[in-house]
Design a protein around this ligand. Sequence first.
Ligand code: FCA
Length: 331
Amino acid sequence: MSLLPAFTRVLATTLIALVPLGMAHASDDNVKIGFIVKKPEQAWFINEQRAASELGQEQGFSVVRLAGEDGQQVLSAIDNLHAQGAQGFVICPPDVRLGMAIANRAKQYDMKVVTVDDQFVGGDGKPMADVPHLGMSGYKIGEQVGNAIAEEMKRRGWDMADTGALRISNNELPTARERTDGATQALLDAGFDKANVIDAPQQNTDTTSAFSAASPMFSKYGKFDHWVIYALNEESVLGGVRASEQYGLSPDDVIGVGINGSGAAFAEFSREKPTGFYGTVAVSSTMHGRQSAENLYQWIAEDKQPPANTETTGTLMTRDNWKEVRKELQL
Ligand code: FCA
């Protein structure tokens, strides 16, 4: 007799445990998330979105891939997602200062939001810590860029006094500033003269804007024999390298090191002859896409709050090892 209540209790517990599980499963099939990116034509973002869709296929939720190249397009993308019954979205915003407007629109529709790559900045100029974020550990990855450049300069036997450092900068974007600050600091620590660091501010985060920013600098600072080039991403470094070629510099006199490790770098490493694009610090866009989508999915389906901030690391990829690193990072 005395066993019965215990047994009932066990049964009741089991039932209670089973009911939410059953419900969670039923709702899984209905989970739909958006994945909005600022530069849908760039290889980094193409791969990130593809990885999120693949995870959705594996885990049974749908992913709607959308472009958000400016504020207007982002807001219509959110309206569109709501109309389709999506419960949330991952976003890399075209301008981090749109954070409040985007978060408000999402709240209005009761949608959950996580950011990837570029973190929202609030009215006070600080990162919006209440929106879960996953991105590169910008300063550290920037330092890796600076160290790779310093080592290659040494290997080539360059005199630092005759070398200019072209920092293609985008100081409005914290993601960019952290990376270029890290790279600059590593160069200074290696003995580089601050006076030889030349800023070339770009208006955007792509090759075209970097090319325009870099072009005038080579003739303006024609006194330098060699150049090193860095920026927030490899697309921008490629803009700088293309500008150096147009000015007439030989690849032997240029060391460009980017960040990302996407198709843009693979295409460059696949060229028959080496260019001034020496390397890139590769980060897994596959992991960024999968992890950010999974964090959001679990938040929606299981009410599991994503980590507030996840920082990812990078690996130097050059013409010599790019295929191995690509495999390792599942790119
Ligand atoms: C930013 C850059 C991208 C990529 C991403 C992780 O959004 O613009 O190229 O580096 O961070």
